[in-house]
Design a protein around this ligand. Structure first.
Ligand SMILES: [Zn+2]
Length: 461
């Protein structure tokens, strides 16, 4: 295939539409032969495949709450923790700062993984002095690894975009969608059809992408070619809503199902693959201070870990990383129960019973907000809160509920789940790795050190 160096967007799309552009070959900088040779020399220790899993906005409290929920409600262990028991795991505490300061956004956090540098919040792999370094997925493409992005947020959201693109403002998701095509990401699965639009989807199709838009089409998909799956206009619904509303579950795949199809599509490549899997909505639930939203999306992420561990059982040349980009909201399971025997100390003996009330919750706060958009009277808010949570509120507590803010504030006392804010947090986060190359990761890391280790693990540095 002749090298295609389009001078403009128009040239690129024209070349694509004429079929003159082989899939995934454009704009990828060539790496020197030495890099490839050194990779070959140490092949034994190198990861052929990398699966990079991100639970977006998952502080330790959210992980704990999901683990507790699985234990108390489903009487089982989380797959994340099972991985710690069954595999020689490398764990790290990771510092999540950005060039802006102690608290990062998802764009700056993913840019650390994308280029190994801290950038300003809101920027995707564009440095303060305007440089646009080659990104991790471009490096992987350059050595003929297949690449994939799977998320429950928009496919063009900051975390997947931060591994691939150079875009000054993360809001420019249309530009992100274009760069995915230009840079030849092989599998793109998520929400965000809005940012692709008909013209961009047809440009993807013209260079050979299969295009699916619902769960049935995704599950029926076969074949190793490039795949674009967009399952909603914006975000994929939260797991609590998917589980409680048949019409959503019918059309929307789970994160584990998307992961399964992505793995099937990517595993045929002779040079392996790089796949990112993001639980994109844990962050959104925590921003909304929505405990069941966060916990059930974290469990959906955990189910995707199970899918990946099954793949790894037959593909041991795979490096798996499971981590997050930052905390959000400071979710914690708080002790409940004040009278302890004859002591004045809190007993916390109501904690489990209070926590189990979460099983009555039947929709996300995002869904509540949607249903309440024309509400005028406090009574409407109060009735909806009771319907959504199944909680038996005291009259005095219910009387305080007059809108979304007060509705949200009524929940912690009755669930034991509290939040510190509706913002991202600056906490240290969990980072775990198994498989070839995992020994490179150290017990404490800055987020901008992960990129170089990933390149080393795959023989690219
Ligand atoms: Zn966020």
């Amino acid at each position: 295939m002749p090298p295609v160096r389009p001078n403009s967007r128009r040239d690129f799309l024209k070349a694509a539409s004429l079929g003159g552009l082989a899939f995934g070959a454009a704009s990828v900088p060539a790496l020197g032969a030495t890099t490839r040779e050194s990779a070959a020399n140490s092949a034994q220790r190198l990861a052929k495949n990398v699966i990079f899993m991100v639970s977006d906005g998952m502080g330790m409290g959210t992980l704990s709450a999901a683990v507790d929920y699985l234990k108390l409600v489903h009487q089982r262990e989380s797959h994340w923790l099972r991985m710690y028991r069954e595999f020689p795991v490398v764990r790290s505490l990771c510092e999540t700062h950005s060039a802006t300061g102690l608290v990062t956004d998802s764009a700056a956090a993913a840019s650390c993984w994308g280029i190994g540098e801290r950038v300003q919040n809101g920027s995707l792999n564009v440095t303060a002095d305007g440089r646009k370094p080659v990104t991790l997925l471009q490096r992987m493409k350059a050595v003929r690894k297949l690449t994939g992005l799977v998320t429950t947020a928009t496919a063009t959201h900051a975390t997947p975009a931060g591994l691939v693109t150079n875009v000054s403002k993360r809001e420019d998701q249309r530009e992100v969608a274009f760069q995915y095509l230009e840079r030849g990401v092989d599998v793109v699965l998520g929400g965000g059809a809005t940012y692709f639009g008909e013209s961009l989807v047809s440009a993807y199709k013209k260079v050979g992408y299969a295009h699916v838009t619902n769960r049935a089409q995704l599950l029926a998909h076969r074949g190793a070619g490039p795949l674009l799956g967009l399952f909603s206009k914006n975000y994929i619904p939260m797991e609590v809503d998917r589980l409680n509303r048949k019409e959503l579950a019918a059309v929307t795949p789970s994160l584990a199902e998307m992961t399964q199809v992505a793995l099937a599509s990517l595993q045929g490549g002779s040079e392996g693959f790089f796949l990112m899997v993001e639980g994109g909505r844990i962050d959104h639930a925590c921003h909304a201070n929505d405990p069941i939203g966060a916990i059930l999306d974290q469990i959906a992420f955990d189910d995707a870990i199970a899918t990946v561990l099954k793949f790894i059982a037959t593909n041991p040349d795979t490096l798996l990383i499971v981590t997050t980009d930052h905390g959000t909201g400071g979710l914690q399971v708080n002790g409940v129960g004040s009278e302890d025997f004859d002591s004045k100390l809190p007993s916390y003996n109501e904690t489990d019973r209070t926590f189990l009330r979460l099983t009555q919750f039947n929709r996300s706060l995002e869904q509540v907000k949607l249903e309440a958009k024309d509400f005028k009277k406090p009574k409407e808010w109060q009735d909806l809160l009771v319907a959504a949570t199944g909680l038996n509120f005291k009259a005095a507590d219910l009387a305080k509920v007059i809108g979304m803010k007060t509705l949200t504030e009524a929940i912690p006392k009755y669930s034991g789940i509290g939040f510190t804010s509706m913002n991202h947090t600056g906490e240290l986060v969990e980072f775990s790795a198994i498989g070839p190359g995992s020994a490179l990761f150290t017990p404490f890391m800055r987020n901008d050190q992960v990129h170089a280790h990933l390149l080393r693990a795959t023989g690219l540095a």
